[in-house]
Design a protein around this ligand. Sequence first.
Ligand code: SF4
Ligand code: SF4
Ligand code: SF4
Length: 389
Amino acid sequence: MSTATLADTGIIQITKACKACDHCTSVCPTGAVKGLLGQKHSIDYKTCINCGQCLINCPFGAIIDTSSVEQVKQALNDSGKTVIVQEAPAVRVALGEEFGMPVGTNVKGKMHAALRKLGFDKVYDTEFAADLTIMEEGTELIHRVFKLAGVAGYEDRGPLPQFTSCCPAWIKYAEDKYPAILPHLSSAKSPQQMFGAIAKTYAANKQGVNPADMVSVSVMPCTAKKYECDRPEMKASGFQDVDYVITTRELATIIKDAGIDFVNLPDEEADKLIGTSTGAATIFGVTGGVMEAALRTAYEILSGESLNKVEFTAVRGMQPVREATVEIPIKDLGINLPVNVCIVTGTKYVDKVIEDVLAGRSKYHFIEVMNCPGGCINGGGQPIRHEMY
Ligand code: SF4
Ligand code: SF4
Ligand code: SF4
């Protein structure tokens, strides 16, 4: 029996429908698409980071992603399984497009109702786990800053600058091309994986469910999340954190196949895993969002002040590489620390930033990298805008 995982085989495939137009080579951030104009194209899986940008931009619909839809349907029909689902912030503002609703319509309440009609036993919002990621990444950044400042007890912490770690396409790019940069990456799991780990431990225990009988499904805007959930290290509890990832597009197909009148569904709330989320993680889906949320956490912890009025608007925007300096008062050390941050949207723009860090000439303390242009909102699992072609 084959032991190959999605991490070995890749998520994205170019089919026989390829018309050799060569457009996908221009959107691929890593040069993984191979072929010339007039030749059927193929993918080099050693350098493909599973981001799906080629898929959503192919004018002929010739590129597909590996699907777990049938496995999810089987789990929903298995009375011996408790099937839970989490949905990421970028899904709720895109799913409506698949049902003819205006671009950007927030269909969170209808989506929760549809997921319950499909038979999911618990419907959760990934925002709760995104709060955990913010706390982890923000605290890790503080500890690395303490190390730099020579505070005793933090000598073993990682180096600065710290890179964010919640985009699996970016992580694979770093592993493939710049292994020397890995100590700079945050050790925090992504919100999807944190949620899965908590579901199979705390939530399973609270619900009296054997984790072996729990099936954890994610709805994501992202094809690379399918690769991430299948990584061998994503099972620290002894169970796979997330069993199946389906994209925004695939959820729409499942809802249509079930004959659910999505547009007319009444709104429903998500189930609560532990408590309410802060809502800060809603901005995770857009470039600069993780940075802004983590900076807010670091500011409040280091200054000892709550941050009601200060806005980190300098990290917002759509340019591929942006930088800002945020002054953070460190109460315990009695100093104001200027924290230099950088936001990269589009992996193809990150090379110089990494090379500066490795050469010791980077001025940054914290760097956010999201692979897709503008962030997860334009991820490879989102609706394909056919009207563009
Ligand atoms: S964009 Fe689509 S049709 Fe054009 S070369 Fe790539 S896979 Fe083939
Ligand atoms: S999935 Fe991303 S990295 Fe892989 S071939 Fe397509 S665009 Fe390139
Ligand atoms: S930017 Fe978001 S959607 Fe795109 S690969 Fe990264 S996590 Fe996935």
